[in-house]
Design a protein around this ligand. Sequence first.
Ligand code: CAA
Length: 267
Amino acid sequence: MGTAVAGSTFQNLLYEKKGAIAYLILNRPKVLNALNQAVFAELKAAFEDVRDDAAVRGVILTGSGDKAFAAGADISEMSTSTGVQAEESTRHAQAVTELIENLGKPVIAAVNGFALGGGCELAMACTIRIAAETAKFGQPEVKLGIMPGAGGTQRLPRLIGKGRALQLILSGEIISAQEAYRIGLVNEVVPSANLISRSEAILNQINSNGPLGVKYSIDAVNKGLDGSVSEGLLIEASLFGICAGSEDKKEGTSAFLAKRAPNFQGR
Ligand code: CAA
């Protein structure tokens, strides 16, 4: 494990690339991987590196230790910040979540423990959430006299519906992985020992498909959810047109007709 971004050394993040998968591990286990500004800066650098590396086709984001994915924003850092500083740092955190959401490559949050506050928000920015049986989720910010600030008020209702989102945000209740699965916050719940292997299997399945089709499907879903259905359909048609003019489409359709496996180039 170590940094793969040239010229920088991460203090709070382990970053490794193995084949087509990049592994990012939040690494402040003594404070349950709490997210301070340095973590967000390192996440930004790592995700930009992943985005720009054509050899990487997907990401697994998880937490170090067996207790937490991330227990939220760093409360000691937050306790001394002014309103103006907090607005600035929350905008930076939000920009990182947008980078992850629109990376153009699937990002799996492999949630190995507490995903609270900013930790839950970080997981929600990922393409897919796989939870260990021991994972726990919640938006407990109101208990600290604040509110979600890294996208929770926007992404949670889009994932689980307005009523359930408001109940979680207003109560600050912490829920189990099974409950998170029941309400649609996570895609699957697996035994802790299988968390990474199941995440890898999902990415490998996605990676066997055309990279352009994967990238533009993510774009169409994300951009479509921002507006009306008819605007979304227009975005879908435009991106479908780009895919349909690609070499990958020629390869995918030819391979199907020749009854062979496709060899996609992402062009
Ligand atoms: N920030 C800073 N430190 C944290 C932290 C956080 N979010 N969460 C845990 N820690 C620290 C604890 O202070 C403790 O440190 P010490 O050993 O030095 O005392 C260490 O991590 C272990 O934590 P606990 O002893 O509390 O562990 P526990 O098993 O008893 O409880 C827990 C676990 C329920 C997750 C509890 O730690 C907790 O409630 N943490 C805070 C969760 C929270 O409120 N998150 C939201 C933050 S605000 C936010 O995220 C805003 C946003 O939208 C961006």
